[in-house]
Design a protein around this ligand. Structure first.
Ligand code: R5P
Length: 262
């Protein structure tokens, strides 16, 4: 692995092998998602606690001050919307030249294993990998899941392993029972998406279980930015990912931070 690739990965995944990625890319297919209507107002106060920010180029340009040094993972797939007929039949939306111009640390692309259009998304994914590798940019594969597919260990380990075999340097998937099997059979770091908003307690427990099972961290969005207190929630998630906190201890961090205590 060359220096540039190693350096970029080390900006995303910290020295302890873990990362808290803040995912705020939802607008690329969901429009003004609850909590991100004015993205800067929600996200900028969270940046000191995020190891990495995952978003689109439009959000980056329009909402994030360029003086900020949070490492960026740029969403480079898209092309379908939540109201269209082919959700997640995505193609390449950003060139590698643009990614370099935006000084990103990584790029993210969604693959749709098992869907009618898996071949399109997998072949575009490998094109992105080829381009990104040329410049030492790691590609994070998002193992997107269609409504008709089970988010179980059989499916997610298949999609995660395929992503790594096709060139992903990091894989993002969903937490499920027997998550260890996904981590054990995937040769690159695995992070979990948060999924739909649930209670803070449940989201922290899921993050904890994923870390216990060997995940390198989280790439969490709605369960942070739709929380009653997003700053308190990201601090609590950090406690689990980087400080070995239990779910109860992390919930204590959430409550304390919510009251303005350190
Ligand atoms: C989905 O493909 C997007 O990349 C989101 O960033 C991802 O699902 C993580 O966000 P959340 O934790 O809200 O599921």
């Amino acid at each position: 692995m060359d220096w540039g690739m190693k350096n970029r990965i080390s900006r995303i995944i910290k020295k302890d092998g873990r990362t808290v990625m803040l995912a705020v890319d939802h607008g690329y297919f969901m429009g003004p998602t609850t909590g991100l209507e004015k993205l800067d107002e929600t996200v900028n106060p969270l940046l000191p606690y995020a190891d990495t920010l995952m978003l689109t180029r439009g959000a980056l340009r329009n909402y994030i001050p360029p003086e900020n040094d949070v490492p960026i993972v740029l969403r480079v797939s898209g092309g379908t919307s939540i109201i269209g007929k082919e959700l997640l039949h995505e193609g390449i939306t950003v060139s590698m030249e643009e990614a370099i111009r935006l000084n990103v640390s990584g790029v993210a692309f969604s693959i749709m294993v098992g869907s009618d259009f898996e071949r399109d998304t997998l072949l575009d994914f490998t094109k992105v990998v080829d381009e990104a590798e040329r410049y030492g940019i790691p590609v994070l594969a998002v193992t997107a899941v269609g409504k008709e597919m089970a988010k179980d260990v059989r499916y997610l380990s298949l999609a995660s392993r395929m992503a790594a075999e096709l060139g992903a340097r990091i894989v993002k998937t969903y937490y499920c029972e027997d998550f260890e099997k996904i981590v054990d059979t995937c040769p690159v770091p695995v992070v979990i998406a948060g999924g739909k908003k649930t209670s803070e307690k449940d989201a922290l427990k899921m993050a904890y279980d994923a870390i216990q099972a060997g995940a390198a961290g989280v790439d969490m969005g709605r369960n942070i930015f739709q929380s009653s207190n997003p700053a308190a929630m990201i601090k609590a998630v950090r406690a689990i990912v980087h400080k070995k906190a239990t779910p109860d201890e992390a919930y204590g961090v959430f409550e304390k931070a919510g009251k303005g205590e350190r």
